[in-house]
Design a protein around this ligand. Structure first.
Ligand code: ADP
Ligand code: MG
Ligand code: MG
Length: 882
């Protein structure tokens, strides 16, 4: 790679930079430099560095010393290459001033085109191009953009004037306005500026340039840019670069155009160029959703653009080979000649990310290791979302473009602020807009899905939705959106604010009401990618599964065993709750045994199913954990029903409920404390486990039961439970004349257990970190009550992250390390795993890898994510690398 002496300069010519200098030049500038370096057609220009932006923002908003001189020098370089002078009345050079930070923040910051046009130079431009209409079109665009970005004049002021003119002329499109009327429009625009600011639109090209650069710097701190950075974890102190680049013109007539393209389909990953263009248009016209652009392949059919299209295919191919990744391109065709204005790594859906990574390995562009690093856990998360049930028969209400996949249902809202309020409250909402703008970003983030009436596959709504992984249907032109009445209509169907709809971002369908969805599965490309991931990871991945069905699903998704089977979940199903309640109501051990005897065959049956689904893999079964009151009825009618069913008096039930009521159930009579005070329960569970294991073994199925005792805080608790389990095992094995290897361990979920782990390890062959409870107890926060203050804590940065989602390394993590060391000191081969919800969280999985646990256990649908995250941890990926 070319190295550049970057010194203490502020400004870098495109031909001096390269793709490695993103920190300094921003992504856009670095890639413009790179494209220049490899000989692609890029209009000449230079980059005012992020360093200059930071110096400006931190230095009391004054232009840093020496910067302006360097800008003028850069400008001279452009002038030499183009052969025209900035501000020259006869042959004026025009430039764009373009924002571009280290990380791409599409549409979040500002860009100004046609800088350098004045009442004087516009005449030169008209003469030079022999196109007066064009010259005034450029000028009115400059005044509008400069007005909005530099002078803070709302765009609507200009849009309204434009719309009025079009109405007056009876034309639909901008390009139909004749020159003399555009001239009048420019006049009107200048008056808007005069009115709004009290000063005329600046007639000095150099003043325009200077203020444009500073406005781009300022745009780093506009609200939508800050929101975007917060949502994507981008630091706020990086600053943006400002790129100054000679203008090329897509609005010079029918042989000119502007467009955007991806080198592969960003939604499906399919190979082949994918994009949209508009003839006789400039800059943002394509993505603004004003005119509906044409698919890029249409360029080939246009004799005026065919040559440029072929060039574009060639450039796309070269860029993909050069960057070895899918690229997102911006280009302009000026009188048949192609100019490249931007390239960057293309944002993509999860589906596309997987397909592109796998395809590129097959194409020899990257190796499996790189493929595994390129797909983020969030990408997989998208793929593992529900889709519309294909067997559901019904007609969609309308159809739009499938802009971002996945199905979502929710209440219709028309306003981003309202979407945010409801979304934050946990309500499912679908944000419905004519089209979205960067000002809607916070609402899009809070909504389950996005639906727009206008715009193409590269419209703001589509690009942003794909970036944040939200289902989106865009350009649904059958929709008549009425913000005033807070409703939209399709034909004579009226959907009001608050009505529930479903959108399917994979097909573009919009449906009334909540439509059933089906769970996703793993196959094809994803299976291949995960196979590669498995070769790199060291951590084993198990699943938390309570039923044979869940266990089978987990196996299918690649689980290598069960890390947590919660037996009590079985007790809630169907008729079992009655046997459970009988057990709870029992007043003597005999009565309790009789009730337990009813439960035992059901438990055994479940265990047989689970052992079979997990044949050959370990299955960790936890003995009864929750406080018993959870199994009792809460409402009077339920109490009556229970009294009838069990033949006991309602008073007795009420008394029992009363007796089981605890001030603080989380710290009450639960976990191993149940099996200790009522050993019959543990006995029954052990019998169910071992008889199931013996039955499977007799059928030739390999079983590895691991029995896990919850909520141990003192080694003696585990001794007592262990004694029962071992005794039952000995008895049953003797009767059956067959031994099954099994192990007994405990959850580490009470801080005291972690601190005394060396003692507990005498009785435990494995530790499984129950990080949900361990987090509650380490923080002293009841998760069930955390809703009252945790959101405040997160919003105000008192906690950096929700500790129930992302494992707290400093506290909870420290306890895990202490327990690990204590456990290994006593029993070097002790098996260590994690079964809290953190087992499916990528950052927490990285921690588990780093501290040397043996496995993580996650809910079945997070197993693929855990496999990928474990591989990425092993490959040394750090946060923010993807
Ligand atoms: P964004 O970061 O919002 O995409 P850009 O700086 O890329 O903003 O500018 C938006 C669009 O403006 C570009 O895609 C391109 O179409 C147009 N544009 C920018 N600079 C030039 C230029 N020098 N000549 C012609 N068009 C330009
Ligand atoms: Mg751009
Ligand atoms: Mg627990």
């Amino acid at each position: 790679m070319v190295s550049v002496a970057t010194g203490r300069r502020w400004v870098f010519l495109f031909r001096e930079g390269n793709a490695q200098l993103r920190d300094l030049l921003g992504g856009k500038g670095a890639n413009l430099a790179e494209m220049t370096r490899i000989g692609l057609p890029v209009p000449p220009g230079f980059t005012v560095s992020t360093r200059a932006c930071v110096a400006y923002l931190q230095g009391g908003r004054r232009m840093p010393e020496g910067l302006w001189e360097e800008v003028l020098e850069g400008l001279r370089d452009i002038e030499q290459q183009i052969g025209r002078r900035f501000g020259d009345p006869a042959q004026p050079l025009l430039v764009s001033v373009r924002s571009g930070a280290k990380f791409s923040m599409p549409g979040m910051m500002d860009t100004i085109l046609n800088v350098g046009l004045t009442d004087e130079t516009v005449l030169g431009l008209a003469a030079m191009t022999a196109n007066e209409r064009f010259a005034y079109d450029c000028y009115r665009r400059l005044i509008q953009m400069f007005g909005k970005v530099v002078l803070d004049i709302p765009s609507e002021r200009f849009e309204d004037a434009l719309d009025e003119l079009k109405r007056e002329l009876g034309v639909i499109h901008d390009y139909e306005i004749p020159a003399e009327h555009l001239q009048r429009l420019v006049q009107a625009y200048k008056e808007i500026v005069q009115q709004a600011t009290g000063t005329p639109f600046p007639q000095d090209p150099f003043e325009q340039l200077r203020r444009a650069i500073l406005a781009v710097f300022e745009s780093w701190n506009n609200r939508r840019a800050i929101d975007y950075r917060n949502a994507h974890g981008i630091p706020h102190d990086l600053g943006t670069a400002a790129n100054v680049q000679a203008m090329v013109f897509g609005n010079l007539g029918p042989d000119s155009a502007t467009g955007v393209a991806f080198t592969r389909n960003p939604s499906t990953g399919e190979k082949g160029i994918f994009g949209e263009y508009l003839t006789n248009a400039q800059g943002e016209d394509v993505v603004a959703g004003i005119r509906t652009p044409q698919p890029i392949q249409e360029m080939a059919k246009d004799p005026l653009l065919r040559g440029a299209y072929e060039q574009l295919l060639d450039v796309a191919d070269r860029l993909e080979r050069h960057y070895r990744d899918m690229q997102d391109l911006e280009f302009t065709v000026e009188r048949g000649k192609l100019w490249m204005l931007q390239t960057r790594t293309g944002k993509r859906t999860g589906r596309a990310a997987v397909k592109i990574a796998v395809d590129m390995v097959h194409e020899g562009l990257i190796d499996p290791r790189e493929a595994v690093l390129r797909v983020s856990p969030e990408h997989l998360d998208q793929l593992l979302h529900p889709m519309l049930d294909p067997s559901w028969k019904g007609e969609p209400l309308a159809k739009g473009l499938p802009a971002s996949p996945g199905a979502a249902s929710g209440k219709v809202v028309f306003d981003a602020d309202e979407a945010k309020v409801l979304g934050d409250r946990g309500e499912a909402v679908i944000l419905v807009r004519l089209e979205t703008s960067p000002d809607d970003f916070h609402g899009m983030l809070a909504a389950r899905g996005i639906l727009t009436a206008r715009g193409g596959m590269t419209s703001h709504a589509a690009v942003v939705a794909r970036g944040i992984g939200k289902p989106a249907v865009v350009g649904c032109s059958a929709l008549v959106v009425d913000y005033e009445r807070q409703e939209f209509r399709v034909g004579d169907v009226v959907v009001r604010r608050g009505d529930v709809i479903t959108i399917d971002g994979s097909t573009g369908a919009v449906l009334l009401g909540e439509v059933p969805t089906i769970p996703p599965s793993v196959g094809g490309d994803l299976a291949e990618l995960l196979d590669w991931a498995d070769q790199f990871r060291r951590l084993q991945v198990r699943a938390n599964a309570d039923t044979p069905e869940d266990a089978a699903k987990a196996r299918e998704l690649g689980a290598e065993g069960i890390g947590l089977c919660r037996t009590e979940h079985m007790f809630f199903q169907g008729d079992r709750i009655w046997a459970m309640r009988e057990m709870i109501m029992a007043t003597t051990p005999e009565e309790r045994r009789a009730a337990l005897a009813k439960l035992e065959p059901m438990q055994r049956e479940d265990f047989v199913g689970i052992f079979k689904a997990m044949a050959g893999f370990p299955v960790t079964i936890r003995t009864l954990d929750p406080p018993l009151h959870e199994f009792l009825p809460k409402h009077e009618e339920e109490i009556q029903a229970m009294a009838e069913r069990l033949g006991v008096s309602p008073e007795a039930i009420r008394a029992k409920v009363q007796a089981l009521t605890e001030a603080n159930p989380m710290l009450g009579h639960r976990g191993c404390r149940l099996g200790i005070t009522a050993p019959e329960i543990t006995e029954m569970q052990a019998r169910a486990i071992f008889t199931a294991a013996l039955q499977c073994a007799a059928e030739g199925i390999e079983v590895h039961p691991e029995i896990m005792v919850p909520l141990v805080s003192d080694v003696r608790e585990l001794m007592v439970q262990r004694e029962i389990i071992d005794r039952v095992a000995r008895q049953l094995f003797a009767e059956a004349g067959r031994e099954i290897p099994y192990s007994i361990g405990t959850m580490i979920e009470v801080p005291r257990a972690a601190l005394t782990a060396s003692e507990i390890a005498r009785e435990a062959e494995f530790f499984s970190f129950g990080t949900n409870d361990l987090t509650q107890m380490t923080y002293g926060i009841s998760r069930d009550d955390a809703g009252r203050f945790l959101p405040y804590y997160l919003e105000h940065g008192i906690y950096p992250a929700d500790p129930f989602q992302t494992l707290d390394r400093a506290g909870v993590g420290r306890l895990i390390e202490i327990a690990r060391d204590g456990g290994r000191a006593t029993r070097p081969a002790i098996k260590l795993g994690i079964c809290g919800e953190h087992g499916g969280d990528p950052a927490s999985i990285r921690f588990c890898h780093e501290v040397g646990l043996d496995y993580v256990s996650a809910s079945p649908y997070r197993v693929p994510i855990a496999r990928l995250a474990a591989a990425q941890a092993a490959l040394g990926l750090r946060e923010g690398d993807v």
